[in-house]
Design a protein around this ligand. Structure first.
Ligand code: AMP
Length: 120
């Protein structure tokens, strides 16, 4: 499957749609999820055109991969989650329940989170 340049996160990255930005560097953008599932629910994405984690790990440069992982801990610290804890989720493909075909990780925290997986 080729990368769909019309997906909503591609439009946010191009500045065509607004977002509530919390973090940005050369390779990463992070913003608040529009429908938060926890007191803190931030989406963290690479700026490059990667449709999911599988695509990213195969094609991204070492610099892009490092930037994404460093961003998680930076954002967690910025929101006071490094002490209380948090969860990172990346939905991948149909069975993963991915809705937007641009790689993003959900950074969730601010409360005791429930069960990790609920099928169905
Ligand atoms: P996923 O199911 O992993 O693809 O998650 C997509 C996420 O994007 C959902 O949690 C949506 O609430 C969120 N979302 C969709 N549109 C926007 C938007 N314009 N700004 C922020 N978050 C969005």
């Amino acid at each position: 499957m080729v990368y769909d340049t019309h997906n909503i996160f591609a439009k946010i990255l191009r500045g065509e749609i607004p977002c509530k930005k919390v973090y940005e560097d050369n390779h990463v953008l992070a913003f608040h999820d529009i429908a938060p599932k926890a007191p803190v629910h931030i989406l963290v994405l690479p700026k490059g055109p990667y449709k999911d984690m599988d695509d990213f790990t195969k094609r991204a440069s070492a610099e892009e991969i490092t930037a994404l992982f460093r961003a998680f801990s930076q954002i967690a610290c910025d929101h006071g989650l490094d002490q209380s804890g948090y969860r990172l989720i990346s939905n991948c493909g149909i069975n993963g329940g991915q809705e937007v075909p641009h790689l993003h990780l959900h950074l969730l925290g601010g409360t005791r989170l429930g069960r990790m997986v609920q099928a169905g």
